[in-house]
Design a protein around this ligand. Sequence first.
Ligand SMILES: N[C@@H](CCC(=O)N[C@@H](CS)C(=O)NCC(=O)O)C(=O)O
Length: 201
Amino acid sequence: MKLFYKAGACSLASHIVLEEAGLPYEIEAVDLKTKRTASGADFTAINAKGYVPALLLDGGELLTEGPAIMQFVADQAPAKHLAPLADAMSRYRLQGWLTFIGTELHKNFSPFFNPAASSDWKAAAMSNLERRLTYTAQQLTDKPYLLGDEFSIGDAYLFTVLGWAKHIDLDLGKWPVLVAYQARVGARPAVQRAMKAEGLV
Ligand SMILES: N[C@@H](CCC(=O)N[C@@H](CS)C(=O)NCC(=O)O)C(=O)O
């Protein structure tokens, strides 16, 4: 498998999951401005959506959308318990978190990385982020990970988006639970390996 990524972008979550799964894979960076991969290929010819993450499977098929990629990888390594089995209620709770992180957190960070975003849009997004992060912190007060005692792909995604707070005017110190959570997830050896490979640590 090959993961197309940009350092520190949402593709980091898929990268962390690949490391946690312990499956063989390679990575190739994408320049999202020029849409060229590190080896000089036209990324839009590989992924017509033009964004990361994208996972090229061994059979030549391309899988896109972070939550789909992370679930696919988790299901290839069931012994690692990165996602509950499909018939468990907790799998649907995980789906709920993946959707929440993708639509309520990830996409409210997006205007801060978009030079064309208006100040009104950014103000509305910041207000949404603050309310959604307050909810997230409440959910993590009595457990180490989103689903309870075990790390899951939802944590790879939440950890990744929380990492963007330092690039915008958002002080996570307002939510000590989230600061502790970031440190907990960030200390995992697989997370450190993925971040090191992306030049983030
Ligand atoms: N819905 C997609 C969103 C992916 C996404 O927002 N990727 C960003 C990086 S975090 C990107 O590549 N943006 C560049 C672009 O849209 O041209 C997913 O969940 O995988």
